[in-house]
Design a protein around this ligand. Structure first.
Ligand SMILES: *[C@@H]1O[C@H](CO)[C@@H](O)[C@H](O)[C@H]1NC(C)=O
Length: 569
């Protein structure tokens, strides 16, 4: 009971627009206070999860009904709270919904009652669009603001008092390591609720780089403080994961168990095992990425929070030493990660960690290492698994060596349209560089960010910026629809995302909510979905995790590219 009340305090039902209030009707007095009555609601809108609060004129015990679960009642037994069952939370506009109630009232005669039906699919949370006064189509401040909100919606652990997402509460408060180490916090990976350290760190690195490079854009959009908070959240978690000199947690939650449940993070009951890499089970890719994220984080926080910055740098150095000394692939050491985020190599992350440590320290050994681990040749494209593009940009920026410039140019020759050579990236008819059907927009967005960064160091600035803007334009609506939830024209409304598909607590959430045909009850503002297939075809369907899932790594390069694009218009 106490726990339940605590939950209700954390997650108040905010401003429900369409509560329906009715009196109890057709009351039958069966003597000695026993009664039967009907609560009949004429629904005027789609309902995704409901709670009915019945207030009787006298205390009622033995309340029975067959439509929902009587979850609690007031101390005086006058007010009863009923929520839907899994199968009947979804009710349609234009229908009538009737609950027959029976019980025994104190005082010997049938009571009167008022019942209020709350639509738990309504959260009252809207972030309005911003219309550009100059008539240009996209407001980049709005996109940045909403993308940061997406990361707030992915937060795991104890949420701060200023949590902006009214439909999210504390969750996974028992996430811990083998010896009870606190592993709460961090971000849920995507539409599921596993914490995958490798892509989480990769997202943090790119987001932090975007703040380092485009601080002016965050400042101008009014999001600078929000952005510091955005990256601090995963950075704090990465530090927690470093539980010993050569020991680093890289995953919390079992993918299979997690994917077997459709529900909100606040309700999770399954085991959430934690997996680590060690000297005997190494993971230079994951460790390298953690070190990179912390190193760039230490640069970003240097003036803002010197103590936090120093702490990040200390951990980054130790984790890099661990990654370099004990070499191996994390997804071989932690096979539970292999089905989700299998790593193909680790030299790129060793170079990545070293180059960011050089940026943070100017210690020449790091630059020597970064150059020796560097993989020569055009890059596949920046991703959670492939850091070569970022490496060549940073190494060219630092050394001005022609070989890095050549690799950058070869990479973008493959990526820009009109190429004919082997290795070129195919394009959709409407102009999206199409690296893979699985989250096509995220690769194009990552490379848009990289193109803007290459332009910053003087490489083909006009051409690269124009191309970056075209790819971001595709995501934001150039084809007539937006691929960013809660933004622009005809945006996705059914992203494959557990938490936003669930009604408000205390209504239950289940596979029925996954199967429901309408929009997610909560708008997952700012989330970039996977995107179209090679024929520009896209279906806004919650079942489709290839084209319509969202993920921390999808938004990272995208947000950086939007911040960069804001500064070139
Ligand atoms: C590294 O050296 C450059 C050039 O002297 C300087 O601008 C930069 O502040 C130094 N960075 C650090 C972390 O010492």
């Amino acid at each position: 009971m106490l726990e339940l009340l605590a939950l209700l305090i954390i997650l108040p039902t905010v401003a429900i627009a369409a509560d329906i209030s009715v009196p109890m009707t057709q009351i039958r007095d069966q003597g000695n206070g026993q009664f039967e009555g009907h609560l009949t609601f004429a629904l005027t809108e789609e309902v995704v999860g409901w709670e009915v609060v019945v207030t009787f004129s006298a205390p009622v015990t033995g309340l029975t009904q067959w439509m929902g679960t009587d979850i609690r009642h007031s101390a005086d037994n006058k007010v009863h709270y009923i929520v839907n069952l899994d199968y009947n939370g979804i009710q349609h506009a234009g229908t009538t919904f009737d609950i027959t109630v029976r019980g025994t009232a104190t005082g010997g005669s049938a009571p009167t009652a008022t019942a209020v039906l709350k639509n738990m699919g309504v959260d009252g949370f809207t972030v309005p669009p911003i219309i550009n006064s100059d008539g240009t189509p996209y407001n980049y401040d709005e996109v940045i603001t909403k993308s940061i909100l997406f990361y707030a919606a992915q937060r795991s652990g104890k949420l701060p008092a200023d949590n902006p997402i009214p439909w999210r509460g504390d969750s996974a408060l028992h996430d811990s390591g083998d010896n009870g180490e606190d592993l709460t916090g961090g971000w849920y990976d995507a539409g599921d609720n596993v914490k995958f350290g490798f892509p989480m760190a990769a997202s943090t690195t790119l987001l932090s780089w975007s703040l380092l490079q485009y601080k002016d854009a965050y400042q101008a959009s009014g999001q600078l403080d929000a952005m510091y908070d955005c990256i601090r959240w995963p950075l704090e978690w990465l530090i927690k994961c470093h539980t010993g000199t050569n020991e680093l947690y890289v995953q919390v939650g079992d993918g299979q168990k997690d994917h077997g449940v459709w529900g909100r993070p606040e309700d999770m009951k399954m085991d959430r095992p934690a997996y680590k890499i060690t000297a005997s089970k190494p993971g230079s890719d994951a460790a390298g990425e953690y070190a990179a994220a912390m190193a760039v984080g230490s640069i970003v926080f240097k003036d803002k929070d010197p103590a936090f910055s120093a702490k990040l740098l200390t951990h980054a150095k130790q984790i890099y030493d661990f990654a370099k000394t004990f070499q191996g692939k994390y997804s071989v050491s932690v096979t539970e990660a292999a089905a989700y985020y299998n790593s193909d190599k680790y030299a790129d992350e060793l170079s990545w960690a070293a180059v960011w440590l050089y940026m943070a320290t100017n210690v020449s050994q790091y630059l020597t290492d970064a150059e020796s681990f560097y993989l020569t040749g055009p890059a596949w494209g920046q991703s959670w698994d492939d850091k070569n593009t970022g490496n060549m940009i940073l190494l060219y920026k630092i050394t001005s060596k022609d070989k890095y410039k050549q690799d950058i140019e070869a990479t973008f020759t493959n990526w820009l349209p009109g190429a004919t050579q082997a290795g070129r990236i195919p394009y959709t008819a409407k102009g999206l560089a199409f690296r893979s059907v699985w989250g096509s927009l995220r690769y194009a967005s990552n490379m848009a960010f990289m193109a803007l960064l290459a332009a910053e160091i003087g490489l083909h600035p006009t051409e690269y910026r124009k191309w970056a803007k075209s790819q971001i334009g595709y995501a934001l609506g150039d084809t007539g629809r937006s691929f960013v939830v809660g933004f622009g024209v005809n945006p996705p409304t059914q992203p494959h995302h557990r938490a936003s598909s669930c009604p408000m607590i205390p209504a239950p959430c289940s596979w029925a909510n996954q199967q429901e045909k309408g929009a997610n009850p909560h708008t997952l503002y700012g989330a970039l979905v996977g995107g179209p297939d090679q024929n520009d075809k896209y279906t806004d369907s919650r079942n489709n995790y290839i084209n319509n899932e969202v993920a921390c790594d999808y938004n990272a390069g995208f947000q950086g590219a939007v911040a960069g694009t804001k500064l070139i218009i």
